[in-house]
Every structure is written in structure tokens, then in C-alpha cells.
Write a protein that binds this ligand. Structure first.
Ligand code: DX5
Ligand code: ZN
Length: 237
């Protein structure tokens, strides 16, 4: 069984208390800390760089899932690795030599992911799929938190899960943007297994653990198991 993972996105947290917020998400049962890096070029917003990642690294033992929404990300891979990233995700739209960038990430012995914008077709991933550990399916146009989930992406997630299963690969599907109690189970049903959520987790009053648990339980109920793994279970011993 592939468990659902929850990745609180610190973009929606209080940046004036970033360390505390990372501790809170860790204590509340998050699986990853999702960190959005924006450069004001690839996306129309600017957030943070390796210096900030390094400064929050001591606040959590969780996997740092760093989402690079930047042009020419190859210039900064080493800096983010040294800052403490465990997964580095680059956008297919931002890399002229995507395979080389993925190799560069792997040369540091960490996991590599590729993110894909809502309007970019899945065919752009066909050749790189065997080389990555995860695909981040953007369910909003990247750049800002708190946007509305693009419903058409559910079909894209299903088709991506089918592509991964048909090749017998072990690749996580992350969903990023507008993930809440309504959309999370639909994403899991379509085949996503890592749910990134900012607004749902940080920008609300009350108990953060309850919100993370609720997201996880809603998705666990509907999740679709990867075919390759289901098939291997039925193989004779
Ligand atoms: C958007 C970012 C997301 C963002 C999601 O460009 O990649 O990670 O934080 O935020 P919510 O959950 O608020 O849509
Ligand atoms: Zn993100």
C-alpha cells in the first residue's frame, strides 16, 4: 500500500515566524515541508532562496521538498542541496536541458522531481519519467497560494498515473494548489499520493494536526493504488 503523504506548504505560513511555523507543521504530523522558491521571472512573484532554506533546516527533521519555480534552475541546485533540500523539483517549462538538470540533482544523492504547469501536456514528461522520483502536477497556475483548484487537472492526474503504471515505474504524484478537503480525495482517487497544501493547513485558526489528519483521512479513503504494485501482490510466491 502506498500511503498518502501530506506536504504543508510554508508559502501560506506567517513568514515573520517561519521557524515556529515549520516546527508546528512538523509537530502536527506533516510528512514533508514544501518550500516554494519563486524568482519573479518564471512566475510573477518572489519568495525565498537558499539562505532561508538553510536557516529553517534546524527546525525540522522532515523531508524538505523544494519546488523551484525559477528560470535556469541549474544555477542554484548546489546551493539548495547545501542548504538542506532533500527533494529538488524543477519545472519542465523552465529547463532547456531537463535531463541534464535531473542528473545534476541526482549527482548530489538526493531525489529529483519535475513539475508541470496546468497547460503543459503530459507528453512533455514521457522521456524523463524513468529518471525522476516524483512529478508535481500543478493544479493552479504557479506563483501564488490560495488560488482555485483547476478541476480539469483530475483527468491529467489519472492519465499520468496510467503512464507511470504502464511503464512499471515507482514515481510519486504530487498535487500542488487548491488542495483542501473537497479536492484532496478527488486527487487521491485520480492517483496522486502526495498532497501539498498551504492555505488549508496554515491560513486557518484552530488545530493544525486536525487539519492535516482530516486531509490524510479524506484522501486515504478514496486513494487509487498503483497498478504495478497491486499486480505484484497477486503474483504467486
Ligand atoms: C503555488 C505553490 C503552492 C502553494 C499552494 O505556486 O507551488 O505550493 O503554496 O498553496 P495553496 O494550498 O494555498 O493553494
Ligand atoms: Zn509548490
Amino acid at each position: 500500500m502506498r500511503p498518502i503523504k501530506i506536504a504543508p506548504s510554508i508559502l501560506a505560513s506567517d513568514f515573520a515566524r517561519l521557524g515556529e511555523q515549520v516546527v508546528a507543521a512538523t509537530d502536527a504530523g506533516g510528512d514533508y515541508i514544501h518550500i516554494d522558491v519563486m524568482d519573479g521571472h518564471f512566475v510573477p512573484n518572489i519568495t525565498l532562496g537558499p539562505v532561508v532554506v538553510k536557516s529553517i533546516r534546524p527546525f525540522s527533521f522532515l523531508t524538505f521538498d523544494v519546488h523551484l519555480m525559477i528560470e535556469s534552475p541549474e544555477r542554484y541546485i548546489t546551493d539548495f542541496v547545501h542548504a538542506g533540500a532533500n527533494i529538488l523539483t524543477v519545472h519542465v517549462e523552465a529547463c532547456t536541458h531537463l535531463h541534464r538538470v535531473i542528473d545534476q540533482i541526482h549527482s548530489h544523492k538526493i531525489a529529483a522531481g519535475v513539475a508541470i504547469n496546468p497547460a503543459t501536456p503530459l507528453v512533455m514528461l514521457e522521456e524523463i519519467l524513468p529518471s525522476v522520483q516524483e512529478v508535481n502536477v500543478m493544479t493552479v497556475n504557479p506563483g501564488f497560494g490560495g488560488q482555485t483548484f483547476v478541476t480539469e487537472m483530475l483527468d491529467k492526474i489519472s492519465r499520468l498515473r496510467a503512464m507511470i503504471d504502464a511503464r512499471g515505474l515507482d514515481v510519486d504524484i504530487e498535487v500542488d494548489g487548491g488542495v483542501d478537503l473537497d479536492t484532496a480525495p478527488r486527487c487521491a482517487q485520480a492517483g496522486a499520493n502526495v498532497l501539498i497544501a498551504g492555505t488549508h493547513i496554515f491560513a486557518k485558526e484552530g488545530d493544525m494536526r486536525e487539519r492535516i489528519d482530516a486531509l490524510r483521512h479524506a484522501a486515504e479513503k478514496t486513494k487509487r493504488e498503483p497498478k504495478a504494485r497491486v499486480a505484484s501482490k497477486t503474483k504467486p510466491a
